[in-house]
Design a protein. Sequence first.
Length: 436
Amino acid sequence: MRRVRAAAAVTVLGVLATVTGCGGGSSSGGGSNEAPKTLTYWASNQGPSIEADKKILTPELKKFEKETGIAVKLEVVPWADLLNRILAATTSGQGPDVLNIGNTWSASLQATGALLPWDEKNFDAIGGRDRFVDSAVGSTGAADQDPAAVPLYSLAYALYYNKKMFADAGISTPPATWDELVEDGRKLSGDGTWALGAEGANLSNNIHQVFVLAKQHGADFFDAAGKPTFTSDGAVAAVKQYVDFMAKDKIIAPGNAEYAQNQSLQDFSKGRTAMVLWQAAASTFASQGMKPADWGVAPVPVPAGAPGADKSTNSMVAGINMAVFKNTKNIDGAKKFVKFMTSDAEQILLNKTYGAIPPVKAAQEDEAFSAPELKVLRDTLATSAAPLPQVASESQFETTVGTAVKELWADAAAGRPVTTESVRARLTKAQQQMQS
C-alpha cells in the first residue's frame, strides 16, 4: 500500500461484519452496460498531494477517452478516508465504477462480495493473468478464490539515509542489520537530531513494520487456519523491538509517537532525522527540496546476513490494486479502463512518475526502473518481501494491533516502561477484540 496511509477508523470492524455476502453487485458475474460512455474512478493519493495526482492522471484519462470515447470522472481520495469510503459504498451500492485499493485490503474487501472477481475470462480481457508478477497477484485476495483486483503499482520498503549526516557522524555505509542500525543510531542522535523516523500514530505503518519483524522472529500474526496468534513469543518480541527504538535505544524522537501524516518524511527532508523506513520516497523528498545526491537507499535491515525469505524477510509486499464494483453500469468500459491502466505503456509512465515498480513483467524491463532506489525496491520484491496475511479480517487486524502498537508508542514517549509483559497485555486485548 502506498505512502503508508493513516489506517481506517474502528468503524471498519462493524461495517465489515455487515457487508460480508452483500455489497453493491450481484453474487456472480459483472454489472451492466447502461452507461457505456462514462466511468467514475476513485484513485488513491499516490503523489505529494491530491492536486499533483490530478495533474498526473488527467492527461492519461483524456488519452483513454480519445481512444475509447469513454469519459472518466476522477476523484483522488486521501488514504485516511479511502477504506471507509469504499466500505460505505459496498453497503449503499453507491460507489465508483473503478477504484484503487491498498493491496493489504484485498481479502477483506473480497469478503464483502461487492467487487468483480478476476476469473480467467476477465483476466483474458486485459491481456491475461501471466502478464503480472506472481508476488503482486499474490496480494489480490485469498489464495483459494479468484482475485478481487488487479495489480496496478508495486512497492516495497527501503531504508533511506541522509548522506551528510552519516558522513558527519563518521559512518561510511548504511546499516545492514538491526544491531548496526541501533549502534549507528546512537551516533546520529543528539543536539536536536535523531537517527530514525517513525509514524507511531499511523496504524497501517505500525502493522507493516511489526509484520516484518515478526517474520524475522519466526512468527506470524495468524495461523494456517486464519486464526489470530497475536500473543506468540515471536509477535510479542517483534512489537517490543520496534517500540524499543524509542523506549530503550533512544534513537527515535518521542514526538514521533503522534505522527500519522508523513511527518517523518518532512523531518528527514529538513535534516532533523537521519533515516526513515519508507516505500518509494524519492518524489516526496524532491517535492520538499532534497536533491537526489542528498540521500541514499539501502535494503531494510535484517537480524543477520542478507535479506531473503522467512527470517530474512525485510518488507511486506506493498502496492496498489485496481478493482471494479460489480454493480457498475459500464462493465465493458470498466474492463477497458483496467486494460488501459495496466498496459505496458501506462505502467511505465505511471510507475516511473510515482517512483513505484510496475507489477507488469514487460514494463519492469524498461530502463527507467534500473535507478539505484528502484533497483533496491525491485530486488526486495523479488527476493525478500512477503504479503500481509490474505485473510478476511486483515483490516480488523490493522486496526486492533495497529492501535496496540500506537498505545505502546505513547507509553514510550511518556517515559512509561515498555516491557514484554506490557506488550503481551496490549496484544492480548487486541486478540480478544478480534475474537469477540
